[in-house]
Design a protein around this ligand. Structure first.
Ligand code: SF4
Length: 457
């Protein structure tokens, strides 16, 4: 396992960012004396020879899209190299462990670096039992690994350059973007979130020095914008503030974006002014829905009124907000959907909501926390790693298909966001048998900062 071809780390898709899920284990392995080859399938190809030579192959599946790509990669690997140990790691590895173990040999989730290293060490010495804390195999069950790690600076030097990844756009200002995380896990337990079944309300702080070192190496590589990809950057608000202050002191020209939940934007409104002064360019916030019924079902912890409050706060603070949505759930009525569109229009958020958000359908993966609360999902067919559900109002499923198709077409032609929004409104009103109201008071969308990769789910 000391030859660089023995260990292959594969990332599938990390929302257009240079994969931290490669950079971090590369650093751990290097420190332990292992050399590994890392491939990011979102921009690189994996050749048969590399597969044939590998003894250990770890595939990162942090999200649903990555799972689909990772599954395909694993099947190909298995066909070429039946001997290699295939490990899946990340949130979706854990959720889909039951069927992924039919293709691969092990599953790791949570604070994955340490068990991954321990697994490689065990395989190197020929341990066949592989009863390792944090590693689930067909013969050995383990929980996600939730011990505090001794974090080390991610190793990015052998990864594709940042220029190949999503960049930051603010009008004519296009910048190279870096990506890091200041915390992992989440304090909250929203039922639809893939983090909940793994971290169950726990989160871990990445040490200040490690975060700053990771930022520094990416700025040195050309980044002038940093995405803080923490599930919620304000879970540890003092830690986050310390980091953005230091970032601004050291690199005053560098901007950043982050993700934070509605309640945190309200609670932290005073300190958010300093986030703005330190280069805060935009914040992603998971509104999910404007329906209190849906928000309660998802255990989101905020209300419709709090969304309005957070929007007002962020406008005063001066950091644009980019909402993410779960537009279609079994509890979202057609009236709710029309109300969502009206809210987006009336609140002048058209430019802030990427059209794909209007097509997002509640995903219920195996082992989702939703299954414990809503037994109905358990009875539904599991297909391709998710529980398929149908809306009680068939018009909603039809509308979902129509909006998804429309959004896909718009993305393919880089259509103006305002035109796409109007056409989604037209579809929804048509479905409801209503006349589309005139967009009389509709202000044309004002461009706001964003990343070039639209998908953030
Ligand atoms: S949806 Fe956001 S706030 Fe809720 S558990 Fe997931 S990361 Fe945390």
């Amino acid at each position: 396992m000391r030859d660089p071809h023995d260990i292959l780390l594969i990332a599938c898709y990390e929302l257009g960012h240079q994969p931290l899920a490669l950079a971090s284990p590369l650093a751990w392995l290097s420190e332990a004396g292992y050399k590994a080859t890392a491939i990011d399938l979102s921009i690189e190809s994996l050749d048969d020879e590399s597969i044939r030579r590998a003894k250990f192959i770890a595939i990162s599946v942090p999200m649903h899209t990555a799972l689909r790509i990772g599954e395909g990669a694993a099947r190909r690997i298995r066909a070429i190299n039946a001997q290699a140990h295939i490990c899946f790691y990340g949130h979706y590895a854990w959720l889909n462990r039951d069927w992924l173990l039919e293709i691969g040999d092990s599953i790791i989730a949570g604070e994955y670096e340490e068990p991954l290293l321990n697994l490689i060490r065990a395989i190197e010495i020929g341990d066949r039992r592989l009863e390792i804390d944090g590693v689930t195999t067909r013969a050995h069950d383990s929980d996600p690994y939730l011990r505090r790690l001794r974090f080390i600076t991610p190793q990015r030097s052998t990864l594709p350059p940042l220029q190949k990844y999503a960049h930051y756009i603010d009008g004519d200002d296009h910048r190279i973007a870096g990506y890091t995380e200041a915390t992992r896990g989440c304090l909250h337990t929203c039922l639809h979130c893939p983090i909940t079944p793994i971290y169950n309300g726990r989160f871990f702080i990445v040490p200040f020095e490690v975060v700053m070192a990771d930022i520094r190496q990416q700025v040195n590589a050309g980044a002038t914008h940093i995405t803080f990809g923490d599930p919620d950057f304000l879970n540890g608000p003092k830690h986050s503030l310390k980091i953005v202050r230091a970032l601004h002191d050291e690199f005053p020209h560098v901007t950043f974006d982050f993700t934070a939940k509605v309640e945190h934007l309200i609670e932290q409104q005073e300190s958010l002014r300093e986030f703005k002064e330190c280069g805060g360019a935009f914040v992603v916030s998971a509104f999910e829905s404007f329906s209190d019924e849906v928000l309660t079902r998802l255990n989101k912890g905020h209300t419709r009124d709090q969304i309005f409050e957070a929007i007002g706060i962020m406008r005063r603070v001066g950091i644009p907000i980019r909402p993410s949505l779960v537009a279609f759930t079994p509890w979202t009525t057609l009236d709710d959907y029309l109300d969502l569109l009206n809210c987006v229009r009336d609140l002048n958020l058209v430019e802030a909501v990427d059209p794909i958000q209007f097509s997002i359908r509640l995903l219920v993966p195996p082992h989702s926390a939703l299954l414990q609360t809503f037994k109905v999902f358990e009875t539904l067919k599991v297909s391709n790693g998710e529980h398929r559900w149908l809306h009680p109002d068939p018009r909603m499923d039809e509308l979902h298909r129509a909006v998804s198709k429309r959004v896909e077409e718009a993305a393919a032609t880089a259509e103006d966001i305002g035109i796409t929004f109007e056409s989604i409104c037209a579809l929804a009103y048509q479905t409801a048998g209503l006349t589309l109201p005139a967009f009389e008071n509709f202000s044309p969308p004002t461009p706001i900062p964003r990343l070039s990769e639209a998908w953030f789910c």
